[in-house]
Design a protein around this ligand. Structure first.
Ligand code: G6P
Ligand code: ZN
Length: 543
């Protein structure tokens, strides 16, 4: 076994996005492409000699090939121990947990999250740091800078590691340990939640439908829901991770998890429906006859978290991304704890979690999680819901209705305009920015604008400033419209319009969302001129 120094030339397009480097599989299959990026990661880190690295992925097409490459390169660059999930599998939250559990230096996670997989679809590589969370910009900037000047990479000439058998092998001086990808994570969940109570609920005939979307959460959900909690076989659908996710988008929303949604709205609906995404960090929660928006889910989980053993001592604080509805704010107020409003992106929660300022975090983009790891966690959200349902012995509908009666209701929808010309998207935002100062005090129909700004965040822990994070139009009475450009798109621009109507306690709390926000939809067009800028008269996706 020898280490090879391979001469290489830079690829110009290796800038990590919100969640690492994401490209089509054929791009990653170019000779040296994955190697260059992995070496750029390793060259951007210091002090890992002899330390441990966690490696795993969501099982999508090309996963196994890049895992073998990453093992050989990590060993050749001096890591002492390499922990790999059996079969090359690790969900993003499970990888985050393993990094923390083993005191690893960091982890390489191979995933393109909820994007489709397959020979011509998406692949991704991201690096997580020792706290288990995504690398901060300081590191991703360094990785990109290095990728532009890289001229060699180091790799072991070594046979493939058998990924399908637990145990240890050596690659040079490094010990490669193939481990059960599920066991430690399942144990962590058992420590946080009241499994006996959930088991009893299920034993009483409570029916669950979990759609793993042929993605990474299948083995986790089968072990936890069916084996440890006693749900009947078949509770987990699409439970085998497939390289192409069965040809579907593993995105747990009302479009791509339509079959589950339809079933939950039907007359023979199970009591609880849920789904997770490609790499297991997003969640979808649907009760019998009721879809719970991610913003409401965050608020309801926070209001009831004390019912789970892991949160029985209460929450230190709640954090949400700015476009996420203010439903959680009312819970924080009632609990007498701080509410943090951060820019979009899970990485902004890391400092608050590390500092013990926030316990639960959530985003409108279907992410919820807590300080148990440093990523959002789909199955965690499902289990906290189940724990609450087991403790309260009420339906999801009843819990939601009582929640709104106590806190008021934030009717909420997101309108996406996809594949918009980049210049038109930029112009719309620039135009809005230019008019912000004149908006307060003006009225549109019965709506009166109270304030308007371009969201900026001052990180209370490390003092970092982030500007230009989205245009907020705040109306009297607590309703709101937010405009921002997506940071995760791959072609053109996606304009996201987040629309929220606050209906206070005692108001009309049982309306259809579309009706409740109709006047705000009109106001969004009046304020931003979406049709004028983009030629679009209706959104492509409403979530
Ligand atoms: C990723 C991040 C999330 C973030 C989302 C925003 O999924 O992990 O933390 O909320 O991107 O996506 P957008 O397309 O709205 O920028
Ligand atoms: Zn994901």
């Amino acid at each position: 076994m020898t280490i090879r120094e391979v001469a290489t030339t830079p690829f110009p397009d290796q800038k990590p996005g919100t969640s690492g480097l994401r490209k089509k599989v054929p791009v990653f299959q170019q000779p040296g492409y994955a190697e260059n990026f992995i070496q750029s990661i390793l060259d951007s880190l210091e002090g890992f000699a002899g330390r441990a690295l966690v490696i795993g992925g969501d099982g999508r097409y090309h996963n196994r090939a890049v895992i073998q490459t990453a093992i050989r390169m990590a060993a050749a660059n001096g890591f002492g121990t390499i922990l790999v999930g059996r079969g090359g599998i690790l969900s993003t939250p499970a990888a985050s947990h393993l990094i923390r559990l083993h005191g690893a230096f960091g982890g390489i996670i191979l995933s393109a999250s909820h994007n489709p997989g397959g020979p011509t679809e998406d692949f991704g590589i991201k690096y997580n740091i020792a706290n288990g969370g995504p690398a901060p910009e300081r590191i991703t900037d360094a990785i990109f800078a290095r990728s532009k000047t890289i001229d060699r990479y180091r790799i072991f000439d070594a046979p493939d590691v058998d990924l399908d058998r637990d145990g240890e092998t050596r690659v040079g001086d490094a010990v490669v340990r193939v481990i059960d990808p599920v066991a430690d994570y399942a144990t962590l969940m058992e420590q946080l939640f009241d499994f006996p109570a959930i088991r009893e609920l299920i034993g009483s005939g409570f029916r669950i439908a979990f759609d793993a979307m042929s993605a990474v959460t299948g083995p986790y959900a089968i072990e936890i829901l069916e084996h440890r909690l006693g749900a009947p076989k078949g509770t987990v659908r699409n439970g085998t991770p497939l390289p192409d996710f069965g040809g579907h988008h593993p995105d747990p929303n009302l479009v791509h998890a339509r079959a589950l949604y339809d079933e939950m709205m039907g007359s023979d609906a199970p009591d609880f429906g849920a789904a997770s995404d490609g790499d297991g960090d997003r969640n979808l929660i649907i009760g019998k006859g009721i879809f719970v928006t991610p913003s409401d889910s965050l608020a309801m989980l926070a209001a009831n978290a004390h019912l789970a053993p892991g949160y029985a001592r209460g929450l230190a604080g709640i954090a949400r991304s700015m476009p996420t509805s203010a439903a959680a704010d009312r819970v924080a107020e009632a609990l007498g704890i701080p509410l943090f409003e951060t820019p979009t992106g899970w990485k902004f929660f890391g400092n608050l979690l590390d500092a013990g300022q926030a316990t639960i975090c959530g985003e409108e983009s279907a992410g919820t999680g807590s300080d148990h790891v440093r990523e959002k966690d789909g199955l965690w959200a499902v289990l906290l819901w189940l724990n609450i349902l087991a403790a309260r012995r009420q339906s999801v509908q009843a819990i939601a209705t009582e929640h709104w009666a106590r806190f008021g209701r934030n009717y909420y929808a997101r309108h996406d305009y996809e594949g918009v010309d980049t210049a038109a998207g930029d112009a719309l935002i620039a135009d809005l920015r230019g008019r912000l100062a004149g908006l307060p005090g003006t009225t549109i129909g019965a709506l009166r604008i109270e304030a308007a700004d371009d969201f900026a965040y001052h990180d209370p822990i490390d003092g970092t400033q982030s500007h230009g994070q989205g245009i907020r139009i705040l109306f009297e009475g607590g309703s709101r419209i937010v405009f921002r450009l997506s940071g995760t798109g791959t072609s053109g621009a996606t304009i996201r319009v987040y629309i929220e109507r606050y209906e206070p306690v005692g108001g009309n709390l049982g309306r259809a969302t579309g009706d409740a926000i109709a006047d705000l939809i009109v106001a969004a067009e009046t304020i931003a001129g979406i049709a004028r800028h983009t030629g679009r008269t209706a959104p492509d996706v409403i979530t």
